[in-house]
Design a protein around this ligand. Structure first.
Ligand SMILES: [Zn+2]
Length: 442
């Protein structure tokens, strides 16, 4: 069971436990085995996102409140934010395609275009999206190994693209500012327009839902007629048709109109990955429950929690606020696991024209260390004298580069001690923001 750091220190100090893993910090009891223990079990809650995914272990129990009625009380025990590298993978794949394209075309002789003779297997996902599922599943598998996870709760979809793409007009409540705002239509429009004003590209400002063809001129509530606009643009446009409002900027107008009718590929893919994630989580051998994004948002705002991936994950699943169900605690510190990959297959570093500029070393291991290893360095003298713990990047000459909270330092391999092998993630931490309302966490 996840325990308090003080308890872990006590167990380690008395010699009753040993460190099994440094990050996430895991200890193993030496004097007791699972059959002789009473373990309550914890729930794993997952909020998948395109840039980051929140994973939280919770302890949910029925407890009597001050009036003596039974309510569900949920406590967050461990919070992990997984940062994906889908964009980086996408960029690398584009780069590779460019190099291959150049290799094919550089001979200046005609080559017939290759037919698309490599059919993709059913359920194929692009590498940048498959990576999200693979990393989330691998971290979930690890959490199931370290903690007694009895059930998995996962948020499945943020918005229903099928219902919207089919041309179903949105109901009044769905598009208006109201209790439903932000659950479906708003989330869809934010994804479609990258959370920016369609007219001036302003970001980080309040955005209104705006009709391209105004309501007063017969415009509908269909999503193809809706964009996001900042307040000044929204007021300036008023009930002018978009063609008149953007009459001086014809290319901008064409772009908006083209995009407003285009289906939302990214968001559809994001939804596809969420569906797939729910499927693959079945491999954990625990019951998997899928919940809507609207319910997560309701729970989070009812508890007055800030919007982070981990607090969203904590809010996934059923909570009956009216009858007094509550989230009473969340971890103050979040473990941030940033997917870094395990190095590159490329043998050369090219210049901007794609010609080889540097030859890379064939070996990834130098003097027993690989990039990404967690090490403890003892620097005997100099400006950096002392003991440092962090992730290293290896150098062929053995002066490895160590990332410390105060900056990077070069340390000889002789002064290093290996704590944990690199596993494709860089670990860090961040504090969880305090609740936005007066509701206190205990
Ligand atoms: Zn604007």
């Amino acid at each position: 069971m996840p325990c308090h750091p003080a308890r872990a220190r006590e167990l380690l100090g008395k010699g009753r436990a040993v460190v099994a893993r440094q990050v996430p910090f895991t200890i193993r009891l030496k004097d007791r085995a699972l059959p002789d223990s009473e373990v309550d079990g914890v729930q794993l809650r997952i909020d998948p996102g395109s840039k980051g995914t929140g994973l939280v272990l919770t302890d949910e129990k029925r407890e009597a409140d001050e009036r003596g009625t039974d309510v569900t009380v949920r406590r967050g025990l461990i919070a992990i934010e997984l940062q994906h590298r889908g964009d980086q993978i996408h960029l690398r794949m584009r780069q590779r395609a460019g190099y291959r394209h150049r290799r094919r075309s550089v001979n200046y002789r005609y080559r017939a275009p290759r037919s698309d003779n490599r059919p993709r297997p059913p359920g194929w996902l692009p590498p940048s999206l498959r990576h999200r599922i693979d990393t989330t599943l691998s971290l979930a598998t690890r959490l199931c190994r370290y903690a007694p996870v009895t059930e998995v709760h996962v948020e499945r979809v943020a918005f229903d693209t099928h219902a919207m793409g089919a041309g179903r007009p949105l109901s009044e409540a769905e598009y208006r500012q109201g209790p439903l705002a932000g659950t479906t239509a708003r989330a869809y429009l934010h994804a479609k327009w990258n959370s920016a004003c369609a007219y001036c590209d302003a970001r980080g400002v309040p955005l209104n839902i705006e009709h391209l063809r105004p309501r007063s001129r017969g415009g509908s509530h269909r999503v193809s007629n809706l964009v996001l606009a900042c307040v000044p643009c929204n007021e300036a446009k008023g009930s002018t048709p978009v063609e008149t409002f953007l009459s001086g900027r014809s290319d901008h107008l064409a772009r908006i109109l083209g995009r407003s009718r285009a289906p939302l590929h990214d968001a559809a893919a994001m939804n596809a990955t969420r569906w797939r994630l729910t499927e693959v989580l079945g491999a954990l051998g625990r019951p998997v429950h899928a919940w809507s994004g609207g319910r997560t948002k309701d729970n989070r705002s009812a508890m007055g929690l800030a919007k982070t991936h981990t607090l969203d994950a904590l809010s996934v699943g059923r909570l009956n606020h009216e009858s007094g169900d509550a989230i009473v605690r969340y971890p103050e510190r979040v473990l941030v696991a940033k997917a870094t990959g395990r190095g590159s297959y490329a043998r050369t570093t090219p210049n901007r024209f794609g010609f080889p500029r540097l030859r890379r070393a064939r070996a990834k291991q130098h003097f027993g260390y690989v990039t990404g290893d967690l090490v403890r360095a003892t620097v005997p003298r100099g400006k950096w004298a002392g003991t440092w713990t962090g992730r290293i990047s290896v150098r062929a000459r053995g002066q490895h580069s160590l990332t410390t909270p105060r900056g990077r330092v070069n340390v000889s391999h002789r002064n290093l001690r290996l704590l944990q092998r690199g596993d494709g993630y860089g670990y860090g931490g961040r504090p969880e923001p305090t609740p936005s309302t007066s509701r206190k966490s205990s």
